[in-house]
Each structure stands twice: as C-alpha cells, then as structure tokens.
Design a protein around this ligand. Sequence first.
Ligand code: SF4
Length: 126
Amino acid sequence: MKRIGIIICDRYKSCDGGKCFRAVREKEGAFRRYNDQELVIVGYSSCGGCPGGNIEYVATNMKKYGAEFIHFATGFLAGYPPCPYITQFKDFIEKVIDVKVVIGTHAMPDNYIKAHNKIKDIPEKY
Ligand code: SF4
C-alpha cells in the first residue's frame, strides 16, 4: 500500500478532481508507477494561488498523514503558463519536508500536448 497526497494548481481550485481520482483508481497516467499496489489518498488541496503560499502547509500535513509521495496535478503543467515554481516547490518538499514529489496525475489532454510541443514551454525532464 502507498499513501499519497495530491496538490493542484489553484487556478483549477473549482476542479471536481474526477480525472485525478479516476487515474488513481485505474492506475493511469503518473499512477502507473504503483502497478498493483493499493493507493490511499491522504490529502488533496491546492497550492493556495501564486506564488504557492499553501505548499509548505499542505505538504507538511500530508507527511503527517503518512504521504510517501506527493503528486503535483497535471494542471500544474497543462494550463497557461505552466506553473513557474514547479522546481522550487519540488525541491522544497523533497529537501525540507522530506517527501518525494511526482509531477503529474492523470494523462495530459491531447490538445495541451500539441500546444506545449509547438511552443516547447515544458522542460524535457517533466
Ligand atoms: S501557477 Fe503555480 S503557484 Fe500559481 S496557482 Fe498554479 S500551481 Fe500555484
């Protein structure tokens, strides 16, 4: 069993979360890595809005609730512009809070893959 937390971009704070939760259930997108392990979501919240004032609080609490991985929802990358703080947030959570971060949740919608490929605004490593 793996315990995970999901942090979404605040621009999508009214998102119903359906695609993320379906991906968790079906082990799709970024959740393929867990294969047949049971996944328990210990927390789901937003970054709090630019520049991410809720990141420290929610990541700290997710760790308290046992999160071994924190996923940044696909909306961090899919929307415009992609979140400019991803690397900073990831480094802070991994080095200070000591929880591994995975970029992404459900698969990126095709229209965004095409658009990002055209303007090459997402680093290869993501
Ligand atoms: S762009 Fe980044 S900092 Fe701004 S709301 Fe989205 S995730 Fe938060």
